[in-house]
Design a protein around this ligand. Structure first.
Ligand SMILES: Cc1ncc(COP(=O)(O)O)c(C=O)c1O
Length: 463
């Protein structure tokens, strides 16, 4: 094609108005929400980048599929369509539906982990970590060293450290019942994992008889990075690449709220008959019968269609490019971000942008509040408010102070992103005047969801 512009590969059939508010209204909304963006009313947000999970737009084919939802308690047609779609991509024998990803995690870990066990992973997502720790096991993060340096360029920063993987397995015989790789690595900046890394991790695990699982939430985005960055994959389809990724592992957990292009749902998939039976027994206890797993028949239909659509090359090209597009503008403007841009989000390095705010005054949280105040944008802090509180109640600064701007799938257009870039550039010019924040009141666990904060010096932006 002689044209370079990558367009949104869809036209818009249904619209949902978004509402401009005034700066004074946003100031008031922040006050009422205790300076916590989780506590805002969504109607007061102009562009909502809190998460890419379950927030995507479904296609007309998905809505049409939902009308075919078979709501039979057992053996519904919808289940078989869902199972066929998941099976075509993953190749696993047992596809167990769950209401979302963390339910798949809870069931897998509930069936495999005992106190004292260790689960290595490139980086555990918070719910994955919490579900491992709930079994009194250790969730061990072993990304490659490059993955911990925000500004460093590397094509596959999500890779797991293979030497560390081998070491933890050999030094703890019988204590590592499974290993995981998260694709893409959400907590590590949405960074991809190479095929070579998955293959090599499998060889290590196989040699030690340890099953390797994928946390596959963003498997299609990862497949696209392999296609465009790893030698030998340029001519392979995203489906073929995904199939190869899954061929190296014993099973996966999946949140269909990401690369299932659905608003709810997930699954656990694996080959081991005995483990599958134990997982299904647990599923019946808390989620539902194994042919619906806590989902409506119409949810299963939406996922079946979504799993197919997410591997479309035009979609993936647009998806990855729309995140990189914002990354390019911010990099040009000298705004520090995790490099290179990830698959589903841009992560602003607030520690680098606001060096005058000590970590004890939560620079990333402060920045996220100013983005809302000035532009009506909702982001999420991934820093010391989220991770600083230790189990004994003490405070330890997080390794990084990031503001994540997560892109819902097929929701915003290029002009939304241009607006976003304008707000970020504007806020960057104010950066020396941005003040820190203090925690006024917080629960003892997962405090970021409900904590109340206040500007440390009476105002978010000083004179
Ligand atoms: C990498 C990763 N794993 C697991 C989950 C949990 O999925 P869910 O929110 O559907 O429970 C998420 C959700 O954001 C995720 O990003």
């Amino acid at each position: 094609m002689p044209f370079k512009t990558i367009i949104e590969p869809f036209r818009i059939k249904t619209v949902e108005p978004i509402r401009h508010t005034t700066r004074t209204e946003r100031e008031q909304a922040l006050k009422e929400a205790g300076y916590n963006l989780f506590l805002l009313k969504a109607k007061d947000v102009l562009i909502d980048l809190l998460t890419d999970s379950g927030t995507g737009a479904m296609s007309s084919a998905q809505w049409a599929g939902m009308m075919q939802g078979d709501e039979s308690y057992a053996g519904a047609d919808s289940f078989y369509r869902f199972e066929a779609a998941a099976c075509e991509i993953t190749g696993f024998k047992h596809i167990i539906p769950t209401h979302q990803g963390r339910a798949a995690e809870r069931i897998l870990f509930g069936s495999t982990l005992k106190p004292g066990h260790i689960v290595p992973n490139n980086t555990h997502f918070d719910t994955t970590r919490a579900n491992v720790e709930y079994r009194q096991a250790t969730a061990l993060d072993i990304p490659i060293a490059e993955g911990r340096q925000p500004q460093l360029q590397h094509p596959f920063k999500g890779n797991i450290d293979l030497a560390a993987l081998e070491q933890v397995i050999t030094e703890n015989p019988g204590q590592v019942p499974l290993a995981m790789i998260t694709v893409t690595n959400n907590s590590g900046g949405g960074q991809p994992v190479s095929m070579a890394n998955i293959r090599a991790a499998n060889e290590i695990c196989h040699r030690h008889d340890v099953p390797l699982f994928l946390d596959a939430c963003r498997f299609a985005e990862n497949a696209w990075f392999i296609k465009t960055r790893e030698e030998g994959y340029a001519d392979r389809t995203p489906l073929e690449i995904a199939q190869e990724m899954f061929s190296y592992v014993a099973g996966c957990t999946m949140s269909a709220k990401k690369d299932g292009l659905a608003n709810i749902g997930g699954f656990l998939a694996l080959n081991d008959d005995d483990l599958a039976q134990r997982c299904k027994n647990m599923l019946i206890l808390t989620e539902g019968f194994p042919t619906y797993g806590g989902l409506a028949g119409y949810d299963l239909e939406a996922i079946a269609v979504g799993l197919h659509e997410v591997l479309d090359e035009d979609y993936l090209r647009y998806r990855i490019r729309s995140v990189a597009y914002l990354g390019d503008i911010l990099t040009r403007e000298g705004i520090p971000i995790v490099q290179p841009p990830g698959g589903h989000a841009i992560y602003i390095d607030a520690k680098a942008m606001l060096p005058h705010i000590p970590q004890s005054e939560y620079p990333a949280w402060a920045l996220s509040l100013v983005l809302y105040l000035e532009g009506g944008i909702r982001s999420v802090e991934i820093g010391s408010v989220m991770f600083g509180q230790q189990p004994d109640g003490s405070e330890k600064p997080a390794a990084m102070e990031l503001v994540r701007l997560a892109f819902p799938r097929r929701v915003y257009t290029q002009s939304h992103v241009d607006y976003l870039a304008e707000v970020l550039v504007y806020v960057n010019k104010l950066r020396d005047r941005i003040r820190g924040v203090a925690i006024v009141d917080a629960p003892s666990i997962l405090r970021h969801f409900t904590a109340r904060l206040a500007p440390a010096y009476n105002e978010l932006i000083g004179g």
